[in-house]
Design a protein around this ligand. Structure first.
Ligand code: C2E
Ligand code: CA
Ligand code: CA
Ligand code: CA
Length: 277
């Protein structure tokens, strides 16, 4: 038993060491990924109840030099912890502006949603960065929606709300992403210049079979109605889910049932064909 315990400790230590090494390697590689051209933005369509395209979300993709893909759920937290999210987020916003201009040139302009991490949003020069990118690209702020999570609302709420108003003044709209999974307070929501709530896909996943998921979706729809906010349901994968949503407030929808995230040229082709029909 004693020997086993020692082995257990040794195994634990080597697992820890491997974990630390893996993370350091990822940090180093991620810091090079941008200049090495390994990052790309994909777009995922959002549709209305009759499947008309109403927008698209930009999602970051990292394809390493060896061809392997690292999921954003893995590398975004690393980018946040190391501060790399600031240059990555700046790049992502620029890509969103350029994508909008491309779509517009193709006659398929759509409002584009961009994810903004709390640590990126809290940078002292975030508003100035946004302004610079808008000026340099010439993209209209009114065509951009910033998706922020409830995590942003935990600290420095007054500063956060003030900054949201500054950006709203430029024409930027705000969406609360993964709504329902975190801290949400109706009183605070009312103080923010919000445009939209995005229902987290975990709740959509459980519908319509699961009573809790269904009740949560219904109450978010009701709350959004009171606050005058648009709703998007994310992670819509089945016709049953879409039909249920149609009966319960008809939010915008995003999910594999309609389209997977895809590179910009594919999105241009998709929008081109949907406009023809
Ligand atoms: P998110 O913002 O909640 O993005 C939605 C995620 O749901 C995306 O995962 C998307 O591919 C996935 N998804 C969409 N429809 C379906 C569906 O029908 N079924 C299922 N199972 N999944 C669906 P993805 O692209 O892996 O991104 C994961 C997360 O990484 C995002 O979650 C977001 O938090 C973060 N992320 C991605 N790109 C960026 C970025 O440019 N900046 C920041 N700050 N975060 C990003
Ligand atoms: Ca999002
Ligand atoms: Ca989300
Ligand atoms: Ca999410």
């Amino acid at each position: 038993a004693k020997a086993e315990g020692r082995n257990g400790v040794a195994l634990f230590e080597s697992t820890m060491r491997a974990e630390v090494e893996r993370r350091l390697t990822m940090e180093r590689d991620l810091s090079m990924a941008l200049e090495n051209g390994e990052l790309q933005m994909h777009l995922q369509l959002q549709v209305s109840q009759d499947t008309t395209p109403v927008g698209a979300e930009l999602l970051m993709r990292w394809r390493r030099a060896d061809g392997t893909h690292v999921p954003p759920d893995i590398f975004i937290p690393v980018a946040e912890a190391t501060g790399l999210i600031v240059p990555l987020g700046r790049w992502a916003l620029r890509q969103a502006c350029l994508a909008w201009l491309r779509l517009d040139a193709e006659g398929s302009a759509l409002p584009l949603s961009v994810n903004v991490s709390p640590s990126q949003f809290r940078q002292a020069d975030f508003v100035a960065d946004v302004r610079t990118i808008l000026e340099e690209t010439g993209a209209p702020a009114t065509q951009l929606i910033f998706e922020v999570t409830e995590g942003l609302l935990i600290e420095n709420l007054d500063d956060t709300i003030e900054r949201m108003h500054e950006l709203a003044q430029l024409g930027i709209r705000f969406s609360i992403d993964d709504f329902g999974t975190g801290y949400s307070n109706l009183a605070y929501l009312k103080r923010m210049p919000l445009y939209e709530l995005k229902i987290d896909r975990s709740f959509i996943h459980d519908m319509p079979g699961d009573a809790n998921g269904t009740a949560i979706v219904q109450s978010i729809m009701a709350m959004a109605g009171h606050l005058g906010l648009r709703v998007v349901a994310e992670g819509v994968e089945t016709h049953e889910q879409a039909a249920f949503l149609a009966e319960h407030g008809s939010p915008g929808m995003q999910g594999y049932l309609f389209a997977r995230p895809m590179p910009l040229p594919d999105m241009i082709a998709l929008l081109g064909t949907s406009a023809d029909t």
